[in-house]
Write a protein that binds this ligand. Structure first.
Ligand SMILES: NC(=O)c1ccc[n+]([C@@H]2O[C@H](COP(=O)([O-])OP(=O)(O)OC[C@H]3O[C@@H](n4cnc5c(N)ncnc54)[C@H](O)[C@@H]3O)[C@@H](O)[C@H]2O)c1
Length: 398
């Protein structure tokens, strides 16, 4: 089959961030090419121009396309002939830089895959939404947990009505790596995440509660109405929250809770979602991502495994699998599914065809705005001792 259908070529990717010593840039680079539908051809890999260029061989990026800055990259890529120029820019830099980079990339004509939280604050997110709406760009946000096959299976089952009316959503993201004041050592990931000038108004809640909140919204599609939140900073001297719980009222009467922690001893990346419906409940955890438990009173508990050929798998769930059941798929594959889902739209754009921008399988700029509104309202509610605040945003209604 031709690569990317009628486009009949790979999409060309540029990576921003991912320089030596960084974390998620390498994951983007690996996930993006997993299905052989894209090639990494250019990059501005670090905030330090020398390190940016020196990191390029780690990704097989040729010297001529290893840029010292994003501005240089966008200008020089746009000067290349169309059949060499990049198609999309992946943004894997600290939060405070996302807006400027993503906006410039869209304005320069490129598609964007931006990491979360989408921007530094809600005002930037709303402005970025306007820029994207005024363009023909494909814009994805790498809420990568949405790419797990059984998360997509859960979405299809909930939205098909298999669980009945949804009454309750419990999502959590529990880590322990910031139990000590790691930011005082030479740990760069801890340093910027706990700095309000670089991370945003929230620490733990911006970094990981945004993933958890997005997961509940992604699976259920329920519209949020109001939120009450308590954030805490348990490590003395830390500038941002490292623990918190939010309660969300949804429009249909359902109640949701989002708990996120970075101070729970021994906990790694326990992303968990539990959903209670009138007919059944489901449970999925990313540390055991190839199983999902569905329970109904009076029936044996059902363990759904990630089996692309099983009759119980929905089309959406099966399409997200690559391997036969029993061969574990995990973080890279889920991340790659966010990429893969956006590639059809990118290919359509390159062919001058129309494509869906709002109701997409991959999290998009509207989800990014919702995430920033969630963070803003959590911080504001917490500052007023958990007062109930609205959580209705036009981005959720699309
Ligand atoms: N989706 C996920 O699961 C996931 C996981 C981890 C991090 N993230 C997000 O990814 C982003 C990066 O996190 P990280 O942990 O990889 O950070 P990191 O500190 O490890 O790496 C950031 C990289 O960006 C570079 N950089 C900074 N400013 C730049 C600029 N203006 N131009 C070019 N490069 C620049 C740095 O030099 C570094 O190489 C954050 O927004 C974070 O929230 C997402």
């Amino acid at each position: 089959m031709a690569t990317n259908g009628d486009l009949n070529r790979k999409l060309r990717m540029a990576l921003v961030g991912g320089g030596s010593g960084s974390f998620i840039g390498r994951v983007h680079a690996t996930a993006a090419v997993l299905d052989n539908r894209a090639a990494l051809v250019a990059g501005a890999l670090s905030s330090n121009p020398e390190r940016a260029k020196a990191s390029a061989p780690d990704y097989d990026i040729p010297e001529a396309r290893a840029y010292g800055s994003v501005a240089e990259m966008l200008e020089k890529e746009n000067a290349l002939p169309e059949d060499q120029r990049i198609d999309f820019v992946s943004v894997a830099t600290p939060n405070f830089t996302h807006f400027e980079i993503a906006k410039a990339a869209v304005e320069a004509g490129f598609n964007v895959i931006c990491d979360k939280p989408m921007t530094f604050d809600l005002a930037q997110a709303e402005e970025l939404l306007k820029v994207v709406e005024g363009s023909s760009a494909v814009f994805a946000v790498s809420h990568n947990y949405t790419g797990y096959p059984l998360v997509r299976q859960a979405r299809a089952m909930v939205q098909n009505g298999d669980l009945g009316e949804i009454n309750a959503i419990r999502v959590q993201y529990i880590q322990g790596w910031l139990r000590s004041k790691l930011e005082d050592s030479d740990q760069k990931q801890a340093a910027w995440r706990t700095d309000p000038k670089k991370s945003g108004a929230a620490g733990c809640f911006g970094d990981i509660a945004t993933h958890a909140y997005n997961l509940g919204r992604y699976i259920t599609g329920l519209l949020p109405e109001e939120i009450s939140c308590h954030l805490r900073t348990f490590v003395p001297g830390r500038a941002l929250d490292d623990y918190g719980t939010a309660i969300i009222k949804f429009e249909n009467g359902a109640l949701g809770t989002v708990t996120a922690s970075q101070i729970s001893h021994g906990r790694e990346n326990d992303v968990m979602v539990e959903i209670d419906g009138t007919k059944a409940s489901l449970l999925w955890r990313q540390e055991n991502p190839n199983e999902m438990i569905v329970r109904a009173n009076g029936e044996p508990h059902k363990i759904y495994t990630r089996d692309p050929n099983a009759p119980y798998m929905t089309e959406l769930g099966a399409a997200a699998c690559r391997l036969p059941s029993g061969h574990p798929e995990a973080f890279f594959e889920a991340f790659a599914n966010v990429y893969r889902s956006s590639y059809d739209a990118m290919a359509a754009r390159a062919l001058g065809q129309s494509f869906e921008k709002k109701d997409t399988i991959y999290p998009n700029v509207y989800d990014g705005v919702e995430g920033m509104y969630f963070v803003q309202q959590c911080v504001a509610s917490s500052q007023e001792n958990g007062v109930w605040l609205p959580l209705k945003h036009a981005a959720a209604r699309r």
